[in-house]
Design a protein around this ligand. Sequence first.
Ligand SMILES: *Cc1c(COP(=O)(O)O)cnc(C)c1O
Length: 426
Amino acid sequence: MNALQAQLREELAQLAAAGLYRRRHAVDGSHGTLLTVDGRPCVNFCSNDYLGLAADPRLAQAAAEALSRCGVGSGAAALVSGYNQEHAGLEQALAEFVGRPRALLFSSGWAANLGVLRALLTRADDLVADELNHASLIDGGRLSGARYRRVGHCDLPAFQRALAAARERKLPASARQPRAFVVTDTVFSMDGDLADLPALARLARRYGAALMVDDAHGFGVLGANGRGAPEHFSGEGGIAADDVDVYIATLGKSLGVAGAFVAGSQELIDYLVQRARTWVFSTAMPPALAAAARAALGIVNNEPERRRRLFANIARFRAGAEQLGIAIGSPHATRGAAVGWEAITPIQPLVIGGAARTLALARHLFEAGFWVAAIRPPTVPPNTARLRITLSAAHAPAQIDALLEALAEGCRRCGVNAGGLAAPAA
Ligand SMILES: *Cc1c(COP(=O)(O)O)cnc(C)c1O
């Protein structure tokens, strides 16, 4: 064994000893609500397929039709020869859907966040970011070289202090006016709470900063028509679509496909086409995926009952958990989060704390026929390991009831005091 192997082996052993070793489980067949994993059927309660579209045959049909017409690969980056009518059509449909002038497709949300932040910010600029933002926003911010101001979760006064500090910063002469960006997830991916976008938009405006939001878990779900967090916050005292300067959402979650897009002004998209390196230097997504995403968008538009079913499922799950004394919710102080988020977020975490017990509970659930992944550090902060339970429009009420029963039994067996979760200090 060479030196690298030996080192890695030791580090892996340490991870395993701490209950932090992770492994994959290959699904056999489609990734719907009912799936087969390790040869056993189980009900999936941890995917991001909130509307139940990932295994919808209409998406597969749209993809198959485009596959037979366009083949599989795009063959190049979009600026070279990889841009297809399917991409152009999807971009236009997405821009219309979210009410912005233009949209630009990326091959993943990760690529979009890295590409956008690196393109728009330099060392002369300031980035004011919620501490629980998605890893891709953190990496993109670091890569940009901007002064990274990490702010407590949903802590509006801290956002304000950071913006004030950014304005005071003495800057070396630079080619343009320095920028400040406020960057946040809308629905936080491991906690499920929702940033107060109207408050953040007001702060950003007051300090002359731009607002960038990652709506990976809100797009397709929130708002009267599923248009995402900006629609949810529209209306009296809320925000307008163009209060969000840079809007990012993914196509791999509620839309059930893969990829992502950035929506915003004509100028923003034009600029990203020139400068976003993860877009310029990356092969365009297969046209068939764009066709599938367009079909999914049509379903989001035409079948609002999916969102109604999702919200009914969320309510059923929460009521059942409460009855059983199982405390669902974020372990973080969420004072500054938008009011009422608990009822509309498909992400309903059960925070256990220790990694080993969380794993044991996840294993118990799997034995009982439910797949709920144990989320452990470093994905979440130390001592906040959790079951990230997610609901979908495709779950049947009986499946939710059965999950709750198995959860209660599992908590008993694994010694989890699910009702007495101490909320860690704010
Ligand atoms: C999933 C996710 C991403 C990454 O998107 P991918 O398309 O999976 O790369 C980015 N931001 C948030 C908030 C996410 O939840």
